[in-house]
Unconditional design. Structure first.
Length: 180
């Protein structure tokens, strides 16, 4: 059980929180507010900042959301973050990614049948999240040679950052996985 309360929409008394919940429910694409955000409702300003950052990085930008969610899977797995791993897998499933691909993404990434550009992007994101000091000119040059530009490279790093942050937060509060 989480160390902070999971505040359901019906129990929200703050108008700002209510508006943010409605945005999350409408824009995230699942018709619900994940426990991640419900656990932040104790502090409306933090909830707002976290939602805006998530929206700007994960829901907007040049890179496809599915690729960002795949980065979330590998980062969450590397960080042993059960909440985030399950949420990203659910997101990818809801976005139409096959169960077989999801299984390989988790169990055998090297044999995952993704295009090389996507695999390299995910690997770069994992390295940015777990060993950022090990990123070299070669890593950047490899992705640029595959056609990625500076905006896309920035998005990979921002995605790795936000999912590392989510892992740390959800693990620290022992957040329970959403009932879907």
């Amino acid at each position: 059980m989480a160390y902070f309360p999971i505040i359901e929409y019906a129990h929200v008394t703050d108008a700002k929180v209510r508006v943010i919940y409605e945005e999350i429910s409408a824009e995230l694409g699942f018709g619900m507010v994940p426990n991640l955000f419900k656990s932040m409702a104790l502090n409306p300003d933090f909830l707002e900042t976290s939602w805006r950052k998530f929206r700007a990085i994960v829901l907007a930008g040049t890179l496809p959301r599915t690729l960002k969610e795949m980065i979330g899977v590998v980062v969450s797995q590397a960080n042993h973050s059960p909440y985030a791993l399950q949420v990203h897998l659910h997101s990818l499933s809801a976005l139409g990614i096959s169960e077989e691909l999801l299984r390989l993404l988790v169990e055998d990434f090297n044999h995952c049948p993704l295009p090389q550009r996507q695999k390299a992007t995910i690997q770069f994101g994992l390295l940015a999240a777990t060993q950022p000091h090990n990123l070299t000119d070669t890593h950047y040059q490899t992705l640029r040679a595959m056609g990625l530009n500076d905006v896309e490279l920035f998005e990979i790093i921002a995605t790795a950052n936000i999912f590392t942050e989510v892992n740390q937060y959800t693990d620290a509060i022992d957040l329970e996985i959403d009932r879907l």
